[in-house]
Design a protein around this ligand. Structure first.
Ligand SMILES: [Zn+2]
Length: 67
């Protein structure tokens, strides 16, 4: 087991690599996190932010007036 450098959680590198590569088509965990020391949760949060997915979701939410 590896320990995430960001949140300190223990995680399985090969599972993380597999899920990351599946989730982010065209990206490789080994390319983005070559030290293999970031867990899936932190890596996907960071990568989503990098490619603007998180921001788009926030903008969608903000464009609705729920009142
Ligand atoms: Zn983490």
């Amino acid at each position: 087991m590896a320990k995430c450098a960001w949140c300190g959680k223990k995680f399985n590198v090969s599972d993380t690599r597999e899920e990351y590569d599946n989730y982010f088509e065209g990206l490789e965990y080994d390319d983005d996190y070559p030290d293999n020391n970031i867990c899936l949760q932190c890596a996907s949060t960071e990568t989503s932010g990098n490619i603007g997915v998180g921001e788009e979701i926030m903008e969608d939410m903000g464009s609705h007036n729920w009142d």
